[in-house]
Ligand binder design. Structure first.
Ligand code: SF4
Ligand code: FES
Length: 378
């Protein structure tokens, strides 16, 4: 096991004090009726009998609020798979948090949505896997998902929740990005999150079927730029680009351990959703330690804070406080080393290799998908 950085420092050796997290992702379950081939959950899913109870979540939400967290994103898996979801939501509301429900819209009836409204959901984020029934049902691995999602979106509008659409894009649906944005407008969304598939976890198993081409990446950038101008003041567009074709990497999580944290269904506290792909890293659990202590003092959160941990060329680069060396999980996936400069960066010694592999995957003649499935008994 490699050493983790117990005290974060800058390049001059000065200690760095962590900021306060604004938001917490609460993954209340890994169970899900969909089987998306790019799911951000880990390949090893948590079983139902290991999930935190609603009372456990209540304690975590209070600790989060004490720490400075303002909003909680209640997610999964599909959070609707938890029969006690309304109790979980009520506990988040009691802790004074703004509650965003991130859902596929499958498995939550109108009556349940009204119950969740009464329990304290402030905002709904609905995922879309495509712009037509055939694409949405094929990508989600769930026949009938499109019709259910459109019905759910209507209830969201009737009840009056503010709505965000989450559209995950990849080689098989990027051509339809303008239609996705138009659909979000029709559904009355105030925000659309256009997120290109990130290739770790399940998505890494599907690189050859999902990797966008360089032309698609340029097309998506142009579509997003145009739409941002056209929709200014009406709908916000957040965009996670296809960074395998970019010059510089994204500032993943706004910097490791700087503004957000994730709590997994079993209470494991993670600096990002894919952190468990870093095999040598050890994570603490809210069953054993206060969330604030984990945020401030744990080795996992301190591992990539500050700049002292950075390798060259990041140390000498002007962008080290802009993109923080890129995504640690992507460095792990592509370089086999979470401490490396994110290899999608054009200054990384591995960049040419990464681009060549991305081009080769983008040109692969396959649309076959490996779906995310829970094992029997989960
Ligand atoms: Fe970012 Fe490091 Fe690349 Fe500079 S060298 S742009 S800091 S990843
Ligand atoms: Fe883990 Fe980017 S997904 S740091």
């Amino acid at each position: 096991m490699k050493d983790q950085q117990s005290q974060p420092r800058d390049l001059d050796g000065n200690p760095v004090t962590p900021g306060l997290p604004m938001a917490m992702l609460a993954e209340v379950t890994h169970r899900c009726p969909l089987a998306c081939p790019y799911c951000s959950n880990p390949v090893e899913l948590t079983r139902a009998n290991a999930e935190l109870t609603a009372d456990d979540w209540g304690r975590v939400f209070r600790q989060a609020a004490d720490l400075g967290v303002l909003q909680v994103h209640i997610s999964g898996g599909e959070p609707g798979a938890r029969r006690d979801l309304a109790q979980i939501v009520a506990r988040a509301r009691d802790a004074g948090l703004y509650v965003n429900l991130i859902t596929s819209g499958i498995g939550i009836t109108r009556e349940r949505l009204e119950e969740l409204d009464r329990a304290g959901v402030d905002h709904v984020q609905l995922s879309l896997q495509g712009i037509r029934p055939d694409m949405a049902d094929r990508i989600s691995g769930h026949p009938g998902s499109w019709d259910k999602k459109m019905g759910f979106a209507e209830w969201v509008r009737d009840i009056g929740f503010p709505l965000t659409i989450n559209a995950v894009v990849h080689r098989q649906n990027l051509e339809r990005l303008p239609d996705m944005i138009a659909l979000a407008e029709t559904l009355g969304a105030r925000r659309i999150e256009v997120a290109t598939v990130q290739f770790h976890g399940w998505a890494d198993l599907n690189r050859k079927a999902l990797m966008p081409t360089r032309e698609q990446a340029a097309f998506a950038r142009a579509v997003v730029n145009d739409a941002r101008i056209r929709l200014r003041g009406r709908m916000v567009i957040d965009y996670v680009p296809a960074d395998h074709h970019a010059v510089f990497p994204k500032a993943c999580m706004g910097g490791w351990g700087s503004t957000g944290l994730n709590v997994a269904p079993d209470g494991t506290v993670l600096p990002c959703h894919a952190a468990q792909t870093i095999a040598w890293m050890r994570f603490e659990n809210v069953r054993d330690r206060d969330l604030g202590e984990i945020w401030r003092d744990s080795d996992s959160f301190n591992a990539f804070r500050g700049t002292a941990w950075m390798p060259e060329p990041c140390q000498s680069c002007d962008r080290k406080t802009v993109d923080f060396g890129g995504c640690r999980c992507q460095a792990m996936a592509l370089a086999g080393d979470a401490r490396a400069t994110d290899p999608v960066c054009s200054l990384s010694p591995l960049h040419a290799q990464v681009v060549a592999r991305a081009e080769s995957d983008a040109g692969a003649d396959t649309a076959d998908l490996i779906y995310r499935r829970m094992r029997k008994g989960d």
